[in-house]
Every structure is written in C-alpha cells, then in structure tokens.
Design a protein around this ligand. Sequence first.
Ligand SMILES: [Zn+2]
Length: 387
Amino acid sequence: MYPKHIIEQVLQSIDIVQVVSSYCELKESGTDRYRGLCPFHAEKTPSFFVSKSKQMFHCFGCGKGGDAITFLQEINGLTFTEALEMLAERAGIKLPKPTYGSGQGQTTQEDSKKQLYALYSQAVNFYRNQLNNTLTGKIAQDYLKKRNISPQIQNEFGLGYAPADGEALYRFLKSQGFSDALIIRSGLVRQSYKENKYYDFFRNRIIFPIRSIDGKVVSFGGREITGKEEPKYINLPETELYKKSRILYGLWEGKETIRNKKYVVLVEGYMDLLRCFQCGIRNVVATCGTALTPDQANLIRRFSSEVIIVYDADPAGINAALRATGILLQAGLSTKGVVLPAGKDPDEFLQAHSVEEWNELIENAPRFFTFFIHLNKGKKIHPPGKP
Ligand SMILES: [Zn+2]
C-alpha cells in the first residue's frame, strides 16, 4: 500500500470534476455542484452529483458515491492501487515504490495482474514483429493487404501475426523471463499433458489485441488467413483481466469521438470496426463474436445514450440485432437500426460505397420499432423479450 500522505497528495493534485467529466457529461448546477446522468445506473433525469469543494461524487439514484479514487475504481473495475496509480499518472506525480506488508492478499492479486499486463504487452510486440519483420509474416501482410487494412490502422490497433510454428511465442516469452505458470495463465500458451509439451494458442492467425477501457491490452482475438481453418475467429479464454461480457472492441480508441458525436455505432466484427475507423468513422464499437451483454450495454451508456446497430444483413445478423436491441432498450439506451443491402456486412458496404452513402444510412436509421417491422416483413417473429 502507499502511505496516507501520498494518497492525499494525489487527491489534492487533481480535480474530481475533470476526472468524472472524462467519463460522463456534467453540467454546472449551483456554485459548487455539478450534475449529470449517472454512469453507474440507467436513468433519464440526472441524479448524479459532483461537489467541487468536497471533491466527492454521489448518486441519489443508486447510492454510489466517494472520492476520485472510488470513482475510477468503480467505473474501470480497478483495485484501489490501480486507480490511485491512474490518478497519479494524470496528475504527473511519481509514486514511490509501494510498501508491502499488510493486506498481503490484495497485493499478491495486484502483482499477478501487473505481471499479466506485462506479458500481454510483450506478446503484442512479438506478434507485431512477426507481422512486420519476418519472412513468415509475409502471408499475413498479404492477407491484410487483400482485405485492404491500411498500415496506419494496423498500427493503431496493434495488429500482429501468430506464426504457424506453434511454439514461437512460448519460446519468446520464456526468453523474456516469464514463468511457465504465468505463461499458462495468460491463455496464450497451452500445455499438452500427453506429450508434456507447450504449444501456442494462436497459430497462423492475424492477431487483434483487445484493450480495456483504460487502454491496456487484456486479451487477444485471432483470425485464420488460409480460408481453410475453422473457426474463422477464436478468442482467448477469460482471465483475471478479461471478462468478455464487459469489453467492447474499439471503445478505448473511439470513446472521445463517441462522446462528441453523442451516438455510437454497434457492429459485429473486428474487420467491420477496422473498416469504419479506416474510413474516418470512429464512433464505433464491436462485440466481436459474442452476443451483446447487459454489462456491455451499461459500458456504452457511460459514453452515449444512443446506439445505432449495423449488423450483417443475413438471418444470423438480423437475429443478433434483435437480441441486442432488447438489451440496449433495457439499459435505457435509445436504439436505432440500419439494414444494409442484402448479403452485405459493414466492411463490404464501406468498400463498395462512399462514406457519404454510409452517413446517409446512419442519419436516416429508423427507431427500433420501425426497424423491427422492417426486418420482419413477411416473417412471424416476436419482439425480443416477449414470448
Ligand atoms: Zn446512480
């Protein structure tokens, strides 16, 4: 733990109003108070208050409250120390090495998270290097070229390549001094008990690092590139850093634009999202192979109150859109939907059409009920949530 005077120094160097404002919109309400829609629960009338003089927040709706550290803990799912470190970084204060002793359990847990973050960050370097600087990476480069993903976007999202070899990452991580136990816990390497051998989870795949809301890589997705392997996309299993129901791909990269535009476009896949970003459309998030969850809907609500769903125009996409709509409405989000021309996904649409045409679809997106009726022309489907 850090000594008390350090914690106080950090808290005195920041302004809670600014900290909270980077997560939700606040309006002045009285000389000392700021008011906004609570980022922790769904509401239409603001009952979330921040006091500048007290440097505290409180929500009269859900009862959450505390100082800036509590706020960062709650909103980012951080431990006390992680939130303090985030604040200190923001304030430009260099923290002394924390002293361990009491609270051993928590410290160990935090250490273990830190080690995992460090391992993932090295794994990103490894995959990037494989993609950009090796002969074997050429096949992946060609693939990304064929899919028309620009080098800028590859850089911004840290795309990489997992070689087919099957042990290269394991050997690399060992050479960096990571223990077998940690490497196994990362999910990136598996152990075959039969042959007493280690093998990489991703082999011959394009790698998409997945970042949490504070920009740290917490997991990876991999897409096969030969056209022969199934499944096309695989994701790492959940770890102590990654609960897939609580992460949205692209949210960290796009959150500023989402807040400015006041709506977010929801797409299904990695490629859909990258295509949007490449076309300059940055208020987009993707669920990446999993059905939208209530936690993800709440995550969206921290940044915007309106969602426009653009899913694939095939039966699976339409069903997923309907399910997502139900969850978004329950989270109190205003929901619209875009139906793309038959058989197109957002990636294909934006490659075949201009951004203006895309914007036109988005601007004219019908509200949920019209969207629903449109999707169900001639079909007998019940609205989501109704038997
Ligand atoms: Zn609340």
